[in-house]
Design a protein around this ligand. Sequence first.
Ligand code: CUO
Length: 987
Amino acid sequence: MKFYLLSVALLVTIALAKKEKADKTFLKKQQSILKLTWRLSQANDDVEQAEISQNYNPLDNLTSYSNPDTVQTLFEAVNSGEYKARGEIFNLFAEEDRKQAVELFEVLHFAKEWDLFYKTAVFARDRVNEGQFYYAFMTAVLHRNEGFVLPPPYEVFPHLFTNSDVIRQAYKAKMTQTPTIIPMNFTGTIRNPEQRVSYFGEDIGLNAHHSHWHADFPFWWDSDKYGGPKDRQGELFWYTHHQLTVRFDAERLSNGLQEVEELQWDKPILEGFVPKATYKNGQEFPSRPDNMIFQDLPHITVTDMKHYELRIRDGIAAGFLKDKEHNAISLNNSDGIDILGKAMESSADSINPNYYGSIHNMAHVFLSKVTDPKNKYGLAPGVMEHFETATRDPAFFRLHKYMDFLFKEHKDYLVPYTREEIDFPGVRVDRFEVKTIIDKADRNNLVTYFDTDHIDLANAMDTSETAKDVEIKAQVSRLTHIPFNYEIEVSANSAATAVARVFLMVKNNWYGEEMKIEEAGWGAMELDKFSVKLFSGLNTINRSSVESSVVLNERKGYKQLLAAVEDALEDRGEYFVDKQQRHCGLPRGLLIPKGTSEGMAFRLFVIFTDYEKDIHADSFKSGRDSPHSYCGILGDKYPDKRPLGFPFDRKIQSWELFETENMKDIEITIKHKSLSKVDFSPEEISQIKSTWSVIRSDPTGNGVTLYLNWFQSLPETQKQFKRFSNITREQLSTNEAFRTQATATITRLDDIISSIDHPTEFCTKMKKLAGDHKFRDANTKNFRDMTNIFVEVIRKLTGKTLFTPAANSGWKKVFARLIEKIEEETSFTHGHIAKVQLTPDEMIAIKRNWEVIHQDLTGNGMDMYLHWFAAFPHMQKVFKKFAQVPRDQLKTNDAFKAQATVTLHWIDDMIEAIDSPSDMAAVMKRLGRMHQTRHTNIYDFREMVKRIQEVIGTKVGEGYTPAAESGWTKLFAKLVENIGDGLSEKH
Ligand code: CUO
């Protein structure tokens, strides 16, 4: 723990040293920029900007611009309505939309002088389509490189990051002027296996990262015209997406799903996708059913795409691509990947777009338009046509797997690295370990969990006299982990500067076989890259995960940012400018994959190489604290001279040939826990105590505030309190019964919080509190909402200085624990919940087996029935519809087929519910009830289930492990028990 504080303290010093205190001029600009992102589909409500918009016209000031012709063409076209109208959907992949947006970008980009830039932007904001305006404005702001911060894209355009359900509820809340937190569910249902990994593709931070990467490296960027360098843009295009792809596979394996397969032009797109989302203008995002086939588009056919692919493949195998002048440009060197990346994306720097097309960009369009290729139905653009929404669709990862395999084909042609290229003579890694900040004694075990986060929905809804601003947020669940530290011992023969590269690899493939480095290497996930000064002799290196070179640590919301700027403008606080301020970067929480509840094995790898040889020192130093691994350094060289992904970007022949002394590879596990099971860190405990001391100093006053906030957000909950259910909200604060209740709650919590550092006592008290609530009507959803509101109120009451991130996570854990206890108590009182006690191994084994059976529910179902009828022929008579059909004709009988399918769907429901005791109880209850009407007795049923299990065993072969056997046995025993109850209810 001590070390963690030390390393964080160090990090802060470095960060502060790099940051400068903002002066008033900067602050004023930053404030103006923020206001230009606010409520873009309505008139500008900022007085200063509204005035500029009225009085300034670029067309009257053409001489001020370095490119007057472009300015004139653009704004004349806007004035005469030739530009995309406001309110319409902006689609970067549509040529005309993009041309217009780039034109506006150009005007803003070349208006270098602030005043001109600002006035032009303000003028455009009111007149240009809001999507186009923001895209051009954001890209221009990012490329000014002045350290301006933009709000997260999910606050600028919440429609692109939420779903129709959330938006609908948000509108309702706005109409009734009720501050509300709306829980957002991931898209789809548990019947869709892809939903198990939707937390990754739908993570708001991941989508923000991905869209910002493309804004930092636009495929239309013309370096000659707009400046650069966009160093190694083609290679970075591969690498950033390669990392997304391998991360996605690691998430899949964490959830019992097989690695994603690549798209193929003449095979069906297996998974459909229903985004259930709407654009701000009310148009729906189109859906795609399963198994769609690619369709020709008006201006390009599937055959064209296959030809482009063939030319690329041919180039890869031949070792060169042909440029426009027919020169052969060699690929078989470290730069080959960059050339290939540019040609495949394709970016403006493609060496021959006519010949190689634009495989990647067009694939996005093909996927997006697959359900309405000829625009017969006028569907809106699909999620694949926006970088903000693309990763939601599982097909995104199939598409990028396809890209990735082509890149791999090229990399596989390169000569494997030699020992000399990998080694750092005189440097030896002696020890490598990783520990979470909570438990220093526990080596090499990392912990992930789901935490909640909020999206401010203010910009999702228009505001008017009757619908004023009121706080409405969407609440999302996001993967995160307990921060950890690497501890590395390195001995050096002489002093040197080294660069350390840390990677994580999945240990076993989906079949459970351990992967050799030859196979695992391509899936290496980069976790960090940092420099270290080595002294002669033994060096101990400590590095915290929060310093990682791949992640963006925190993103402040619009309101927080504006408040910080305004505080500094009025000398109430300080504001620091970071010139390397990035918006691209993997969200901190996603640094490591989820892992499994029983602990999933990974390989953690570190290699030290020579800083002097490998690094562009200037760009590395300036960008040291930014997420440069995936995002490079804007306007500068990529800091690492080695190929991206080194040393795992090339083929590895064997561990023996690969291993050198300057590397180490260890096995670690990643365990996934529920928030309530995650221990408090010492910092969280102390922050809970210090914030609580504020609340407990006035139990009645603060208790009243808590309850009033709760009732205001969820008015119906007041009804549960008989003694003051009918008192108007205005009168509540003077009502005796209400005040007593409020005080009692705080006193009760005080008792619990006082024992926060005594786990057993804390747990007992929590249990007691939960027990006292079990007879209330209050369901856990209610409690969940309440506790979120409580955390918010504690934040407000204690103020932002005291309410640190540790206080925030600490309180969330306190309430998560309470909810869990209440859930336990509630299920206990309802009694008779079919809690199947499966071990995590059994659960995984069952899920794996089921993946196999699931591929053909009908066929396998028929085999199960036939197997049963073979042992007990009389059982066929029970089924009237096919009682008389000879057994060898059953397979072609429709009624029999239907029966088999339905039965397997029931089992499928059970498997889907396997993680949730209450869902499982519901499925079993339904099954039990259904069988009351059947002429089955429990003995027959038991026999049948036995045959089902036997067939599963035969079908999955080796997958029928001892864990699988015991799991299925338990599951079916419980099922029989429940059906038995159903039958006995009848008899
Ligand atoms: Cu980022 Cu396909 O390149 O979405």
